[in-house]
Design a protein around this ligand. Structure first.
Ligand SMILES: [Zn+2]
Length: 354
């Protein structure tokens, strides 16, 4: 699974993709920027179109640049994204991956009628771009099955190499009308099954525990800004563990690391910790933010690498139970592991003598 690191033009550090940066992460293979940032600052938009988005951001050839259409930014706003301007940007800035110009996220606070409107408008945009290279977008919502049916009913959409799935983050925010974790998992399983063989991108996965779910589901790529959001709140992540608060920033208080966890952090081999140690992780200001963000992304990339190694050599079922802390996602992970075990061919049944 490709981890796509979300970043923002407003604060383009740490430059984890930049070989010249002390925060460079060689394992990183993709980043994502939002078109909303380019709308907010037209000079950025112009320069990215003049130079190409890769040169403009200083991204090396081995790192892919994903463009997000900024749909999350447009929730609750009435502005429309001018489609021709978005298309002009895509054709000149040349990102490696881009979705339809606008999709309408059915946040959990909307009524069923409003969610239907989001579905209709997003599906209309998918159909309008069915002949283009834009990736269609569908959402986890009450209308997910209607989405998959509508996409598969159109021969051009059905023939697209990839599809993007959004709407997970608003449901994970635990609003009263949000879908349960079980419903979200059922939705993900439905999409993976209906679009078997397609490149499936998931918008917005959180930390290390949700990365396990995404990898178990066979999702091809997923973007996350959690490495930055957590860093901004003074939080670092540990392999297989939840969030730990290491820097005292403002009113937010989280769980502090245990003595054993401090020791693990002190021994961390990420570029930020190797250079600045625990002091660097706990620092304030932009320096502390960059250290924590680099550490968090390095941890996520390593976690995914480890998950994939264990899945490939069939040691995952024994490994995850001892590796993962008691995350709220553990029951979902258990269910996915059992589903995988049941669907595997029974190689042991072959009689070596026969
Ligand atoms: Zn570290």
């Amino acid at each position: 699974m490709l981890v796509v690191a979300g970043t923002t033009l407003k604060h383009l550090v740490p430059r984890v993709w930049d070989v010249e940066s002390t925060h460079y992460l060689p394992q990183l293979q993709a980043i994502m920027v939002s078109y909303a940032d380019f709308i907010r600052t037209p000079s950025h938009r112009r320069r990215a179109m003049d130079q190409g988005i890769r040169a403009y951001l200083g991204v090396p050839d081995h790192v892919k640049v994903y463009l997000d259409n900024g749909a999350f930014y447009f929730i609750g706003r009435h502005d429309q994204v001018p489609h021709d301007e978005y298309d002009e940007f895509v054709s000149l800035a040349k990102p490696d991956w881009w979705p339809i110009p606008q999709d309408f996220i059915p946040v959990a606070t909307l009524t069923v009628a409003q969610q239907y409107e989001c579905f209709s408008k997003t599906m209309a945009a998918n159909l309008a771009y069915s002949h283009e290279s834009h990736t269609p977008v569908i959402h986890i919502s009450n209308y997910l099955h209607a989405y998959t049916a509508a996409v598969l009913a159109n021969q051009h959409l059905a023939a697209k190499p990839g599809i993007a799935l959004g709407g997970i983050v608003p449901n994970l925010l635990r609003r009263p009308k949000a879908l349960s974790h079980q419903d979200i998992l059922d939705s993900l399983l439905h999409v993976r099954e209906e679009f078997a063989g397609k490149q499936l991108h998931v918008f917005g996965i959180g930390g290390t525990a949700t990365a396990h779910i995404a990898a178990l589901l066979g999702i091809d790529s997923a973007d996350s800004s959690g490495w930055r959001n957590r860093a901004a709140r003074g939080i670092v992540q540990l392999p297989g563990s939840g969030d730990r608060s290491v820097a005292n920033l403002g009113s937010w208080r989280g769980r502090a690391p245990s003595n054993d966890e401090w020791e693990r952090l002190a021994a961390c081999q990420c570029p930020a910790c190797k250079l600045g140690g625990l002091e660097g992780l706990q620092a304030g200001g932009s320096a502390g933010f960059c250290n924590r963000a680099t550490h968090n992304l390095w941890t996520l990339l390593n976690e995914v690498e480890e998950i994939q190694t264990h899945l490939a050599d069939n040691t995952y079922p024994d490994w995850y139970a001892t590796h993962l802390d008691n995350t709220i996602y553990l029951p979902l992970i258990k269910r996915l592991v059992n589903t995988r075990l049941q669907s595997e061919p029974e190689a042991d049944c072959v009689d070596p003598v026969a």
